[in-house]
Design a protein around this ligand. Structure first.
Ligand SMILES: [Zn+2]
Length: 232
């Protein structure tokens, strides 16, 4: 498609910007637990750790705050968001109303080429789990669940469920990792693809229900945020 030079829009390039690179780095630090939930971090301190100025850190944090990973604390920095057990339970309850039913309806109906792509994502999650690569696992897990939902054909549902999934990412991944269940979780993805292929909707529904329930464990006690906790 020809570029229209009259439009004041910059063509996309493949080069990640400094802001994107910083966002990726901070995302990995949050998901892996290198940055603690509930603590405040200032942009200059994070910038110094990353070897960049505070500006791209602030920009990256604004992107991460839109995704719900951090919240801005005026004149202080950013707090890594955490979820209470209650919030995790409520989010898991919503996911359980959506994902098992969708997977049951899709069993035996996904074309072979799409199943093989799904299998690729499942294996990516498994490889990340085996390598204890938490950020990699989290992204592959997100992709796996959203890819399945996408086959149902309701984009709003994909957005809703993916957003819920990502909000529980930290506590869910940590609890799975703590109890050495990360690899089991990843293996269930492979099994879910197999059940989708064989067309066994009741087993697929049952397994997805167990899978989502398992990843919904964890979360902190019903504490309130401690506004003065700081890592500055
Ligand atoms: Zn999963």
């Amino acid at each position: 498609m020809p570029i229209n030079p009259d439009l004041p829009i910059t063509p996309l390039t493949q080069q990640p910007t400094l802001r994107e690179a910083v966002t990726q780095s901070l995302y990995a630090a949050i998901v892996s637990g290198a940055l603690d939930e509930g603590l405040l971090y200032s942009a200059p301190v994070l910038g110094a750790a990353l070897g960049v100025s505070a500006t791209p850190v602030r920009e990256a944090m604004m992107d991460l705050s839109r995704e719900g990973f951090v919240e801005r604390v005026k004149n202080k920095g950013f707090r890594i968001t955490g979820l209470t057990k209650r919030a995790i339970r409520e989010i898991t309850e919503i996911r359980l109303l959506i994902e098992p039913i969708i997977v049951a309806g899709l069993a035996g109906r996904i074309p072979a080429s799409a199943l093989s792509e799904l299998n690729g994502v499942a294996n990516r999650a498994l490889a990340s789990a085996e390598a204890a690569d938490l950020p990699g696992f989290q992204l592959a897990d997100r992709d796996f669940h959203s890819e399945i939902l996408r086959h149902h054909g309701n984009e709003e549902l994909v957005k809703l469920a993916t957003n819920l999934h990502m909000r529980t990412r930290l506590t869910a991944v940590k609890s799975l990792n703590d109890s050495d269940l990360l690899i089991d979780h990843a293996r269930e993805h492979v099994e879910i693809v197999r059940l989708l292929e064989s067309g066994d909707s009741s087993k697929a529904k049952h397994l997805m229900g167990r899978h989502v329930s398992q990843s919904g464990r964890g979360g902190s006690e019903e504490r309130e945020e401690s506004p003065n906790a700081t890592a500055l």
